[in-house]
Write a protein that binds this ligand. Structure first.
Ligand code: IMP
Length: 423
């Protein structure tokens, strides 16, 4: 198998976990390269459901090396909880590796995330309140605490004291909040450090050596293209690089190491949090999709906004990720809808465009232009061959393929590993 990067092609929650788990069967190394526990991946294996926020879902495969790379931000409490949960269920974590360079989410990051959101009022981003924005802000400001420091008690104490001096001032003077106790954080985080230390290493070498040996690498992107800090619907984005290029930045591997880029997109569109969403459905069809698709967040439990598939957004995703193929998930959710719509272009300022008219903010003023297709009523959740899908389902997939210009290589018709059509 070639080295593959799997990225979310929409606003996250595209069921990447299932696709990564499916592809991980053939991989030697699975690498998580961006974001933190704002992500949530669900993998269903037989009667067991696994939910991951940090650990790459490759961990379910005993032979796979699972790497939390440099670009990830780690809440150590969450990492330790996931490690314990896996061990309790008999899953070995021996092949977990955590980068020395990954940044650590501190209690003040989580609190500041909430206070900043509250301060924005109606302009709130709708973050997951996991401290993601504040930890990446500290990283860019070159004051963040990295895993290498967390696991070195003397360095950690010093870095914590430096940071708390500033953060407590900010919390008290600007937000009128209670300051944090250095000793309490030190004690709590030292206990996490003990647990994480055996898995900590310079993961750039681990990944590059594996590549040099001809091992198969799978890069697992979190969130989605339209939540990327540079290419997404700014400012309603996350704070990391969720596009395929993020796999290089967040891992320390050159772009030539990635042979294929698979974008994962739902057969429709969803988004959580605020921000532009041209094809959003605020009617019964939106509710139907939400209920059938169980469109409630893995991380926060929030109801997701639902809408028709937007191929203007998908084409943008194909372009900025250099997608070689798409994986269409949750096609079964559309079963039972008499008519399906696919957004092919936007009408902006009186003229039609199949591309983004400017930045995403200007899309707010645009109206989607749809093609309408007939739906299907047959249960497709047990189908494993493309040719066995109802004619209208096949036509839907082919229509999307024509509009986005890359092959739809994998189709998912249910949460289980087996409910997958490979074309
Ligand atoms: P943050 O990443 O918690 O700062 O949140 C920023 C924006 O990204 C919010 O709109 C979140 O709802 C969204 N977001 C973050 N992580 C995910 C994810 O894994 N799936 C979907 N949306 C996400």
């Amino acid at each position: 198998m070639p080295n593959i990067a799997v990225v979310g092609a929409q606003w996250g929650d595209e069921a990447k976990g299932k696709v990564v788990d499916f592809l991980a069967c053939e991989a030697d190394v699975v690498v998580r390269y961006n974001g933190g526990n704002n992500a949530g991946h669900t993998v269903v294996l037989g009667s067991e459901t696994f939910k991951f926020h940090l650990v790459p879902c490759g961990i379910l495969n005993a032979k796979v090396l699972s790497v939390i790379a440099d670009g990830v931000v780690v809440d150590p409490e969450v990492l330790v909880t996931e490690m314990d949960g896996l061990t309790r269920r008999g899953i070995s974590i021996e092949k977990l590796r955590v980068s020395t360079n990954a940044h650590v989410i501190m209690p003040y990051h989580r609190l500041l995330d909430r206070l900043e959101e509250e301060g924005k009022g109606r302009k709130a981003i709708g973050t997951t309140i996991r401290g993601i924005g504040p930890v990446y802000a500290d990283k860019a400001a070159r004051i963040g605490i990295r895993i290498a420091e967390l696991v070195d008690p003397a360095r950690f104490r010093g870095r914590l004291a430096e940071n708390l001096k500033l953060k407590n001032l900010l919390l008290e003077k600007v937000y009128g909040a209670e300051p944090f106790s250095e000793e309490a954080i030190y004690q709590e985080y030292s206990a996490y450090a003990e647990r994480i230390r055996p898995y900590v290493t310079n993961t750039s070498y681990v990944v590059n050596w594996a590549a040099a040996e001809g091992q198969t690498l799978l890069f697992e992107g979190a969130q989605g293209t339209l939540l990327d800090i540079d290419h997404g619907t700014y400012p309603y984005v996350t704070s990391s690089h969720s596009v395929a290029g993020g796999a290089c930045l967040g891992t320390g591997i050159g772009p030539r190491a990635i042979d294929r880029v698979i974008g994962v997109g739902k057969a429709y569109t969803t988004r959580v949090g605020a921000g532009v969403f041209p094809t959003e459905l605020l009617d019964d069809v939106g509710d139907y999709i939400r209920e059938r698709g169980k469109e409630y967040g893995t991380t926060t439990g929030r109801a997701r906004r639902c809408g028709w598939l937007d191929t203007v957004a998908l084409r943008f995703s194909v372009m900025v990720n250099g997608l070689t193929g798409l994986s269409m998930t949750l096609l079964d959710v559309l079963t039972g809808l008499e008519k399906l719509k696919v957004c092919k272009a936007y009408k902006c300022d009186g003229s039609e465009t199949s591309q983004l008219p400017g930045d995403w903010e200007t899309v707010q003023e645009c109206v989607p232009i749809y093609n309408e297709l007939p739906g299907w009523s047959e249960d497709i959740s047990g189908i494993t061959r493309f040719d066995d899908l109802p004619a209208n389902a096949r036509a839907y997939v082919k229509h999307v393929e024509e509009l986005v210009g890359v092959p739809i290589e994998i189709i998912s018709v249910g949460p289980e590993r087996g409910q997958t059509i490979v074309r």
